[in-house]
Write a protein that binds this ligand. Sequence first.
Ligand SMILES: [Zn+2]
Length: 264
Amino acid sequence: MNDKEDHQVGQKECHKEDQKEDSHGVSPHAVSRLRAARLARSAKPFLARGGIKGERCPGCRLVPSHCMCSVRPEIPTRSGVCLLMADIEPLKPSNTGWLIADVVQDTYAFGWARTEVDPALLALLADPQWLPLVVFPGEFVAPERVVQDVPPTHAGQRPLFILLDATWPEARKMFRKSPYLNRLPVLSLNPEQVSRYTLRRSRRGDHFCTSEVASLCLDLAGEAHAAHCLQAYLDVYTHHYQQAKHQLPPDWQGAAHTRLRDLK
Ligand SMILES: [Zn+2]
C-alpha cells in the first residue's frame, strides 16, 4: 500500500488478456496485463503523464537506457500473491506490485471495484490448493479473524497472500466493501515482526510499499531467500527509477546490484 494521493476507484479490469510475449521473450505477467487493459481505456491526461514523453520498456516500465530486465530474478516460491489493485494503481510508474509479479510466479492481479467482482477472483479464492490470507492491520478487524503468522497448511496447500495495492484510504474502503474477503483470515503483520525485518534492512522511513509487504509475507512463510531477492530487486528498481528521473546512468556495480547478484 502507499499513502500518496487518494483517487476514485473505477471499473474492474479484465486480467485475461492474450499472452503475447514481450521483446525479452517473457509472457507479460498479471500486473502487466492489468496495466495494458487499464491503459487501453485510460483518458488522455494519464497517457501524457506516463507514456508519450518517452519510450518505455514493456518488461520493466523504465526508459530503455535504464532497462533492468536482464537482472529479473527467477525464484521458485511455494507462496502465491493476489493483488487487488485500486483503479489507477497499475498505471503508476512507481507501483511495486509489478515487481512482485516479476519475482513471484504465482502472482494474480485484479482491478478492484466496489460494485463488481471478477468471477476469476472468486474462483481463485475458492481453489483448495490455496490458503488465502488477507494482509491487513489487525486493529481494524474482529479479533477472531486475525492471525499473526502463516497458519500451518495441509499437504499440497500453499499460502496465498492477498495484498490491497492502494493508498491507505482506498485500502480501507476495499477491505470494508469486499464481502468475499469477510470469511478469510486476516494476517496482521505485528510490530515485532516488522521491526525484526526492518532491523535487517536499514530502511528509510517507516512506510512499507506493496513489494515490501510481500517480502515480509514470504519471510513469514519460511521463504527467506525469495523475500530477500524481492527486497534486493526493489532496491535495484528504486535505484534505476531515481537515476532515470535525474538523467544519470544506473550503477551496475553499486550496492543495490551487488546485493541482488550475491543473492542469486
Ligand atoms: Zn526492461
